[in-house]
Ligand binder design. Structure first.
Ligand code: ZN
Length: 142
């Protein structure tokens, strides 16, 4: 689908808050129903998951209690179950420079985080359960 550029938001997320919830709150507050975003900064801990393709469920596979750099947190915003849904993946750098990554899950607390959100317009991006993958995916175009 072809989309247009909407509003752009840039700012800082509050320290100590949950990263995924904070992003969702900003999108809800500004009524951003479709968009893409990036975040860089640092977190106090790291809770990431991956999708087990055989079991067709998300598994929380990383739950580190130490601090990390947010090397790259990328994601998109669409509609799921009539609500604004933020889907984010994160690459995190540890003290020794090693990187970990995965699907951002609730529980990752912000130390400092700078976001950039690009709202998209001109259509509706809605997630529905996909029977093949078990995931809530964007609907296929006709
Ligand atoms: Zn994901």
């Amino acid at each position: 689908m072809e989309v247009g550029k909407g509003r752009i938001f840039i700012g800082r997320l509050a320290a100590g808050e949950d990263l995924l919830a904070s992003l969702t709150d900003i999108c809800s507050g500004h009524k951003i129903q479709m968009g893409v975003f990036s975040v860089i900064g640092a977190v106090k801990n790291l809770t990431l998951g991956y999708y087990d393709q055989e079991k067709q469920e998300y598994v929380q596979n990383l739950d580190f209690k130490e601090e990390f750099e947010i090397l790259s947190c990328l994601g998109n915003i669409s509609i799921k179950d009539e609500g604004i849904f933020v889907h984010a993946h994160l690459s995190a750098g540890a003290r020794d420079g090693k990187a970990f990554g995965g699907h951002l899950m609730p529980g990752t607390k912000i130390f400092a985080a700078e976001y950039h959100i690009q709202e998209l317009t001109g259509g509706e991006l809605r997630r529905q359960r996909d029977p093949e993958t078990g995931l809530s995916l964007w609907q296929k175009e006709d």
